[in-house]
Design a binder for this molecule. Structure first.
Ligand code: 5GP
Ligand code: MG
Length: 185
């Protein structure tokens, strides 16, 4: 796996520190939003890419919360550009009246977050926020502004810390680009 990596863009220590900061900011903000009489916060990771990020993030959130899942695919197989958003695992129908935080790995065109936010809002939640670990600035054509962003990165295809190429490299601990030889294998 190491052999396939071209360049590390965000190393594991920087990720660790930033996830800690994001957790602190989210915890502070939501403490003022989710009242004592409100139902607990719902964290909604967009799978599969955000599974490692959300696992680390929720351990910095000290409040009572529930994890619900939605599965979305936009880069099937070896594709390195979006093929349109398809839902692989549906939203739970239980978000009405809840405060919801959508979590995704990376914001590129913004279509994934747009589609998922719309589906969440159809259920009339109490509030909707979003958090992405990575963002490729200037790529989104949609008016999508996540409430929390970990890192802005250059417009390159990246893997690691949950992000895959053809299903692989999700377990690589840094965020990195792939060598060209590893991509067309
Ligand atoms: P968007 O819908 O904003 O164009 O893209 C968001 C989704 O596409 C992300 O949830 C992620 O799954 C995938 N994606 C976008 N850019 C990259 C990338 O550089 N690497 C990988 N592995 N997936 C990406
Ligand atoms: Mg994704």
């Amino acid at each position: 796996m190491e052999h396939d990596i071209e360049r590390v863009l965000v190393g594991r220590e920087a990720i660790r520190a930033r996830v800690h900061e994001l957790g602190g900011a989210i915890a502070r903000d939501l403490a003022g939003v989710v009242g004592p009489d409100d139902p607990p916060l719902v964290i909604l990771p967009i799978l599969t890419g955000s599974m490692i990020f959300v696992a680390d993030l929720v351990r910095h959130l000290p409040m009572k919360l529930r994890l619900e899942l939605i599965g979305v695919s936009s880069y099937p197989g070896k594709s390195m550009e979006s093929k349109g958003v398809s839902i692989r695992h549906e939203l739970p129908p239980t978000l009405g009246g809840r405060h919801v935080l959508i979590v995704d790995d990376i914001l590129d065109s913004g279509h994934t977050l747009d589609v998922v936010s719309r589906l969440v809002r159809e259920q009339r939640p109490a509030s909707v926020r979003s958090c992405v670990l990575l963002r490729k600035p200037g790529k989104s054509t949609l008016p999508i502004t996540p409430d929390y962003v970990g890192f802005d990165i250059p417009d390159a295809f990246v893997v690691g810390y949950g992000l895959d190429y053809d299903g692989y490299y999700r377990n690589y601990p840094d965020i990195a680009t792939l060598r060209p030889e590893a991509r067309d294998a």
